[in-house]
Design a protein around this ligand. Sequence first.
Ligand SMILES: [Zn+2]
Length: 382
Amino acid sequence: MQLRYNFRLYPTAGQRQALASAFGCARTVFNDGLRMRQEVREKGLPYISDGDLSKRVITQAKKTSERSWLGEVSAVILQQALADLNSAYHNFFASITGKRKGPRIAPPRFRSKKDNRQAIRFTKNARFSITPGEKLRLPKIGDVSVRWSRDLPAEPSSVTVVKDAAGRYFASFVVETNDAPLPETDNEVGIDLGLTHFAILSDGRKVDNPRLLRRAERRLRKAQKALSRKEKGSANRQKARVKVAKAHARVSDARRNWAHKFSTQIIRDNQAVYAENLSVSGLGRTRLARSVHDAGWSQFVAMLEYKARRYGRAFVKIDRFFPSSKLCSACGLLADKIPLNIRTWECACGATHDRDVNAAINILAAGRAERLNACGGTVRPA
Ligand SMILES: [Zn+2]
């Protein structure tokens, strides 16, 4: 399967300048291509083939005085910018004709210098490489310093260089992996999205967001407050805005790093993992807290899903159609409504439940049943 590996880049001042013009060239080719496709469409002319478009907005454009500077960057990044445009169109058409399921996809829009994310992609054809001195060699940019936070498991097939809103640079490598499954274990786990914690496990463990993340979130709130007090259009407001972008970046980094660690641990320790499907749950939380929490949860669940595939584990998402927190995990009896402030409750059968742990145990049971069903086994109704 294809995996992405992201690393921080530290380009020199000269390299930053070269990257800025490369971003600019890729953007120009993308926008020229988009404009041409739009004009053709408005005039009712047939769709220009990808090859023709490339000839017009790259090969021929380079020969004109207005676009001769396109020759100063690697041709591969220009072709890749057009490839992005073509696949955006492809997805858009597939979406309006109903060939593609899911939410409607908007037509491609023009890229701007002010976009929060600037990116260029080098494929193998561009001959990017990692030098003996462990730098990333990019054609017509130079040898860029990389912070290698982990090893690449195989040779990458492409690298995307990204500049984010906080002005940081990243290299995102695509690597084809072929992992051996992990040794089998008998453990299985149900995971509930807690109200008071990040996650509750069916073995009774309550896992909270790490202190590092909470601290980063506090700093972000502070920076946002400071920004709201600055006068519109002032230099101080601009400074405060950069601070907010940086604080945002720190929060998402901390969250991602921790989600990686936690999901790896869960996948390593369990043969099967069952987690609740967020899209059908999530009552009783305030809107803001919920959106932040839910974003972290979706990211975590997506990691569980691909790591399970990667290492030969089972992963099942459970729709929360059943009342997991008021169903007694010992006897299967449904309790009356349990108010949110009640953290523990006792069933008529005598079992005492921690509200969240009981829900995680029910998710484990529902996951097992679903997995058995999928394997063709028989499941006794509860
Ligand atoms: Zn009971």
